[in-house]
Design a protein around this ligand. Structure first.
Ligand SMILES: O=C(O)CCC(=O)C(=O)O
Ligand SMILES: [Fe+2]
Length: 228
């Protein structure tokens, strides 16, 4: 959500010992976690946890997203309206069920909840999409000063698919040559940084247009430092 594809030689941010360490700790935790599978992707640390949420939990989150969502926003300057056409909302972090799910995600990742942004719900109707972007912050953008002061860089992303649209809506990683199909309750997690703790350009990804049906997801972005 923080910028479109960049040239290979573009420096999205400096190496960071802290982010490298977060990468190692979380990857080790996920590798050892029951029910988690490593996705063999060249140049990105990526994991899936099928059935992380039950069908009932997915249904309740979908209902909340339908009630609360508004047209999605973007961080990037000069962003155009076609870039992220979904509707989204912050899930109510004081709702008991949302809070419990949020904590479960943090526990799975082994990241203190203070580093996690509010869970975000997202709905894509037919034809809607999220064009190729990185989840990490681009430090040459005007929003960076504010983000740096409020928790810093985004380290890991955890996304949960709440349903399966009838067609389309995969999460594509064009530089890594992998595409993940929505499956109810499946959690997908990846490290937005490379081994040296610098932003990893290969994490470029997109929510492909939904061709038939509706797609619902929740996304959790983690920061390098406490966010609240
Ligand atoms: O909808 C998707 O599959 C991708 C969503 C995404 O990239 C995000 O929420 O940052
Ligand atoms: Fe994203």
């Amino acid at each position: 959500m923080t910028g479109a594809a960049e040239d290979d030689d573009y420096e999205a941010g400096p190496p960071s010992q802290r982010l490298a360490q977060i990468g190692e700790i979380v990857a080790a935790r996920l590798t050892a976690a029951q029910g988690v599978q490593t996705i063999p992707v060249d140049g990105i640390e990526m994991f899936v946890r099928p059935d992380f949420l039950t069908v009932e939990e997915c249904a309740r989150l979908i209902a909340m997203i339908d009630t609360d969502s508004q047209p999605s926003s973007l961080f990037s300057e000069g962003a155009d309206n076609s870039f992220r056409t979904s509707h989204s909302c912050n899930l109510d972090r004081w709702d008991e069920e949302v809070e419990a799910i949020d904590i479960r995600v943090c526990e799975l990742m082994g990241i203190d909840p203070s580093h996690g942004e509010t869970l975000q719900g997202q709905r894509y109707r037919m034809g809607q999409e999220f064009k190729p972007h990185h989840d990490f912050f681009h430090i040459n953008q005007s929003y960076w000063a504010d983000m740096e002061a409020t928790g810093g860089q985004r380290s890991w992303t955890a996304m949960i698919y709440l349903n399966m649209p009838e067609a389309g809506g995969a999460t594509d990683f064009p530089m890594a040559g992998i595409s993940v199909n929505p499956r109810s309750g499946l959690l997908l997690a990846w490290n937005n940084m490379g081994p040296n703790g610098a932003p990893n350009l290969r994490t470029l990804h997109a929510g492909a247009p939904v061709i038939a049906g509706t797609k619902y997801i929740v996304t959790k972005w983690f920061r390098e430092r406490p966010w609240i």
